[in-house]
Design a protein around this ligand. Structure first.
Ligand code: ADP
Ligand code: TRP
Length: 326
């Protein structure tokens, strides 16, 4: 019993997730992904790895200054959101060469018809035929990300579930071809309660739609964006306001408030603003404080790089031996 407990403590299942440094963070990113990722790392059940997927972002961010700035912003945001770098391996994908090396190996055992089944590829193709090869084999880089660390649990939004299934298939295929159990099969953990966060116009909040509420905007900007939420005049409850409000308060708390202020859209928005400010204000303050000490981000990334390299290189030794290179 004692020994089993010790084994479980030192062999916690790996939790791994990532976000691309592609745009200014908005509250949809936070409530839809980051908050759950940070909470899961705090449960103590997992060995967590969280990284900034800069090579995945290269398909769209093709400017060095922007890539550097957004990467730093994302690391700072995770720290401000409560991620503890003592407990989480927080790193930058491009700091760990094994990701792209393993991606090539997976490319070599994967067929084009298989990758053409990816929803993300089909969507990109529907918009334009000029798709980069990197966009096409995006799932193989993501499979490498996941399989290098023996990830058991991969918390993602619904849109990424298929990519985790591709990682699983690729692990099985590799193990079968090379007749060794090199890779562990991961499970997608679809983050609970990740309803799509609506934007100020009621569509999905997205940087592409210009309907975002920025996560680290000033208090004035937050107020301005909240006051600009589109309200439909058909019902007494402004749906878009209410939907965003549920991110920070329960239905049970909100019902009487919306009943009391029936039809007073302006007041309801002011209440929403006050609640968001109460929730986001301390995080913004932490973000601003961290932004004044850039060394902290460098130190966190350096420590993350070392640990991620150690773990991934050990896996690459197994991979190289299995395929007969070096
Ligand atoms: P955007 O739609 O603004 O381009 P990304 O695709 O870069 O955002 O998303 C980064 C992360 O934030 C993903 O895990 C995604 O699932 C989550 N996310 C983005 N927008 C929303 C939203 N409106 N509601 C819930 N989650 C979201
Ligand atoms: N593709 C993910 C997204 O667009 C980001 C990502 C890259 C990721 N590698 C990952 C997520 C590995 C989980 C695990 O949101």
């Amino acid at each position: 019993m004692g020994l089993w407990y010790l084994f479980r403590m030192t062999h916690k299942p790996v939790l791994l997730s990532a976000i691309k440094p592609t745009g200014d963070l908005h509250i949809g990113n936070y409530f839809g992904a980051m908050r759950q990722q940070v909470e899961l790392t705090k449960e103590g059940k997992y060995k967590p790895f969280i990284f900034v997927a800069d090579y995945h972002a290269l398909n769209s961010v093709q400017n060095a200054e922007e890539m550097r700035r957004r990467t730093r912003e994302l690391v700072t945001a995770y720290l401000a959101a409560g991620l503890n770098p003592e407990e989480v391996v927080l790193f930058r994908q491009s700091d760990v060469p094994a990701h792209t090396e393993l991606c090539w190996i997976f490319d070599s055992i994967t067929t084009m018809p298989y990758l053409m089944r990816a929803h993300a590829f089909k969507d990109a193709e529907a918009r334009s035929k000029e798709i980069s090869v990197g966009t096409f084999n995006y799932p193989m880089l993501m499979a490498a990300d996941i399989l290098l660390y023996d990830a058991a649990v991969v918390p993602v939004g619904q849109d990424q579930k298929q990519h985790v299934e591709f990682a699983r298939d690729t692990a099985e295929k590799f193990n079968r071809i090379f007749n060794q159990d090199v890779f562990k099969l991961p499970d997608a953990y679809i983050m609970p309660e990740v309803a799509v966060v609506p934007g100020t116009d009621g569509q999905k909040m997205s940087k592409s739609y210009g309907n975002v509420i920025p996560l680290f905007g000033s208090s004035e900007e937050l107020k301005r964006r909240v006051m600009s939420i589109v309200t439909d005049s058909s019902g007494s409850i402004p749906q878009n306001v209410y939907a965003i409000h549920t991110l920070v308060r329960s239905d049970a708390e909100l019902k009487p408030i919306y009943e009391e202020h029936k039809g007073s859209y302006k007041e309801l928005k002011e209440l929403l603003y006050a609640d968001l400010e109460r929730y986001l204000g301390p995080m913004r303050a932490k973000y601003e404080e961290l932004a004044t000490s850039p060394d902290i981000v460098d130190e966190v990334l350096e420590a993350g790089k070392q640990e991620a390299r150690t773990v991934s290189e050990a896996k690459m030794d197994q991979v190289r031996a299995a395929i007969g290179v070096r």
